[in-house]
Design a protein around this ligand. Structure first.
Ligand SMILES: [Cu+2]
Length: 109
């Protein structure tokens, strides 16, 4: 019982930490919507340190997985997920469940 309470507490703290980190690195995240098994917009341009948020408006889970596997996020229906872009470059990405879904994040210095 005690162990279970601690586990939940740790998860809440971790989630709060993520939210605070995201809020401090960008005033508002750059957003890409996952809808109709596609990303919109297909390309997002950000600066190093900016946050990209994927919002899943579909009824199935999607991922945003960098082609070079340097980042990967899974987003369930109705939820969103964020990644802070740390490395400059052009990153193609896709959905592991639906490989036809493709997008691109351009990270500028
Ligand atoms: Cu997908």
């Amino acid at each position: 019982m005690l162990a279970r309470g601690l586990q939940i507490g740790t998860r809440v703290v971790a989630m709060l930490g993520l939210t605070l980190a995201a809020a401090s690195s960008a005033d508002s995240p750059h957003r890409a919507v996952m809808k109709a098994a596609d990303y919109a917009p297909k390309q997002v341009r950000v600066q190093v340190g900016d946050v990209v948020e994927w919002v899943n408006q579909d009824i199935v889970a999607h991922t945003a997985t960098a082609s070079d596997k340097s980042w990967d996020i899974s987003v369930t229906p109705g939820r969103s997920g964020r990644i802070t872009m740390q490395v400059p470059g052009t990153f193609g990405y896709f959905c592991r469940y639906h490989p036809n879904m493709k997008g691109e994040i351009v990270v500028e210095r």
